[in-house]
Design a protein around this ligand. Structure first.
Ligand code: ATP
Ligand code: MG
Length: 564
């Protein structure tokens, strides 16, 4: 089934290009594009999330595909919200998603402040920009509405000389914040409100993380962004759909500034996932209200959280391939992301035994104080991964749910009188059990049949159930964290009042688990399959030599059907 899926996506990749590739193909064919240069332009004002991963992979993937170049550009033109902390986290996330970056691929929009200033002067000299004294409220009032044209500012016809003088004085710190702005002179009657003389520079007395106090005027996004792209020789400036209405302004800026080979803006639709919180604003709220354990809480879908949870860059890449690129708005099922990580880890990671909710099992006819080492395959579906030695003894732990005093029909695991296979070991038959004063089972007694050792070729009789276990004497203690989506699937993400509809069961901590002793050596972020429980990864934040902590990445069961 999965092979089929692989073949299918490979074939469609060859025959049909997505709409962005079609545009690029045309631009190359018609000689408009000599070299494909793309960029990912985050504002360093928060952590990146899975939606950004889509943009990163789309842009870096196109650069690879067309032998071009990919830039990571920090869009740090708004000093109000930006922080160095975010620059570092974004760098780490982008490198994780698309492999290492050459330092020459990393750019900062704030490095172009001088050029942006010169661009503004050029527009003024062309009579295409003017200094305006209206207040923010007046500008809004003059802008008009969707149905009514705007009104011209009284300052619109200032002379070039006066504008040059005023703009220079804006730069030289002669005005208060909000006292004057520089506006593009386009068309106050345009049906597109973005074209009604938009503000391109404002006075803002703020310290910038890169340029310090050098500037007290800062460019607006819609003016800065096309200039950044043009300076870097970006051929295709790919952004999300909300910028579609800004494209005429983008084109106006690069045209009026007379850039050669101006970049072309192309919009695609954002990635939305069902049942997870993707909005930066909402993630921030969860972090600030301490509902989650920081930006990398494994229940979030920030890139840092996905990494900590145990997702791999390969699984995220596979996921984005399956999602495709389009202009239509839709949500993708979280189960598809889970499918991708299962597929990625299935043949790569060892399958180990771990008991999450332990109850002791004593094999009464097994020699006391003896430990034997059984040969166990690391991954039954990938023999190349070899075998390991797993200790086995008279006392084991099994998962509580694998034993029942009074089993329902079709329960094939352990119950009094029943025989099951201990995975990779022997057949055991339950002879007795012990309970505490509340009726909870505290110990299960069994006998084993030495003839039935796994791998011995024994086939005189069959059993219906196989259960996993760990040897009590050598077991390694661990904490295991199980996750569910942070929002309640049934009720939707947001309540009517805008608060998030939290799932009270999003985190279950199992504090007294037992795992195979080999797992004591596991490194942070290393992942494993725990048979029957799913895929797990060593928590990079809280796990230590004395206290192992595993995150469940995903269970083994899937609700996602890839060939649908
Ligand atoms: P903000 O609200 O702060 O602007 P943002 O998510 O747009 O948040 P940016 O740093 O501006 O953050 O985003 C960088 C790039 O990532 C932009 O090109 C943006 O279009 C793209 N991007 C953001 N969210 C998604 C998403 N859900 N799917 C695909 N691309 C996205
Ligand atoms: Mg943005």
């Amino acid at each position: 089934m999965n092979k089929e899926l692989d073949n299918m996506t490979e074939e469609t990749e060859v025959v049909s290009h997505n709409f962005i590739e079609n545009i690029i193909d045309d631009d190359i064919k018609e000689g408009r594009c000599k070299k494909v240069v793309t960029r990912f332009p985050p504002e360093p004002n928060g952590y990146l999330h899975i939606g950004h991963a889509k943009s990163i992979l789309l842009n870096s993937g196109l650069a690879d595909e067309y032998n071009g170049t990919f830039h990571l550009r920090f869009d740090d033109t708004n000093p109000m919200k930006e922080k160095t902390e975010f620059v570092e986290s974004i760098m780490e996330d982008v490198k994780w998603i698309c492999g290492d970056l050459d330092p020459a691929q990393i750019y900062y929009a704030s490095d172009y402040f001088d050029q942006m200033y010169e661009c503004a002067v050029k527009l003024i000299k062309k009579g295409k920009a003017y200094v305006c004294d209206l207040s923010a409220d007046e500008i809004r009032e003059y802008r008009g509405t969707l149905t009514e044209p705007g009104k011209e500012s009284p300052d619109r016809n200032r002379s070039v000389e006066e504008n040059l003088d005023l703009f220079e004085r804006m730069k030289n710190d002669e005005f208060e914040d909000g006292e004057k702005v520089l506006r593009a002179k386009i068309d106050m009657a345009s049906p597109n409100i973005n074209m009604r003389d938009p503000i391109i520079y404002r006075v803002a007395h703020m310290n910038h993380h890169n340029t310090g106090d050098k500037w007290c005027i800062y460019p607006m996004y819609d003016f800065a962004h096309p200039i950044e792209d043009a300076i870097e020789g970006i051929s295709h400036s790919i952004c999300t759909l909300e910028f579609e209405d800004h494209r005429p302004l983008y084109d106006w800026v690069v045209r009026e500034l007379e850039f050669e080979n101006p970049p072309k803006q192309i919009e695609f639709s954002k990635l939305y996932l069902t049942n997870v919180v993707t909005g930066k604003r909402y993630i921030k709220k969860l972090v600030e209200e301490k509902i989650v354990d920081g930006w990398d809480d494994p229940r979030l879908v920030s890139i840092a959280a996905l990494r900590r949870r145990g997702f791999t860059p390969e699984s995220i890449r596979k996921f984005m391939e399956l999602c495709g690129v389009s202009k239509s708005q839709s949500s993708v099922d979280y189960a598809m992301l889970e499918y991708c990580i299962r597929e990625d880890l299935k043949l790569k990671r060892p399958r180990m035994m771990a008991v999450l909710d332990p109850v002791k099992l004593v094999i009464t006819n097994y020699p006391e104080n003896e430990i034997e080492y059984l040969d166990v395959s690391n991954n039954q579906e990938n023999e190349e991964m070899g075998t390991r030695k797993v200790p086995f003894g008279r006392e084991l732990y099994i998962d509580r749910e694998d034993f029942m005093i009074e089993p329902p029909r079709k329960y094939f695991r352990l119950y009094p009188g029943n025989e099951v296979r201990l995975m990779n070991a022997y057949f055991v038959t339950c002879t007795d059990y012990v309970t505490d004063e509340n009726g909870n089972v505290t110990e299960i007694h069994c006998t084993y049949d030495p003839e039935t050792k796994s791998g011995s070729g024994f086939n005189a009789r069959k059993v219906k159930g196989t259960i996993h276990w760990v040897c009590a004497e050598t077991a390694q203690q661990a904490e295991v964290r199980l996750y569910e989506n942070i929002v309640d699937e049934e009720k939707g993400v947001y309540n009517e009042d805008g608060t998030i509809n939290l799932n009270p069961n999003s985190l279950t901590v199992m504090e007294h688990c037992f795992v195979e002793p080999a797992l004591a050596e596991a490194e942070p972020m290393e992942s494993f399959q725990f048979v029957r429980h799913g895929y797990f990864c060593v928590d990079s934040k809280d796990s230590s030599e004395d206290h192992l902590v595993f995150n469940r990445i995903v269970s083994l069961k899937s609700s996602y059907k890839p060939n649908k």
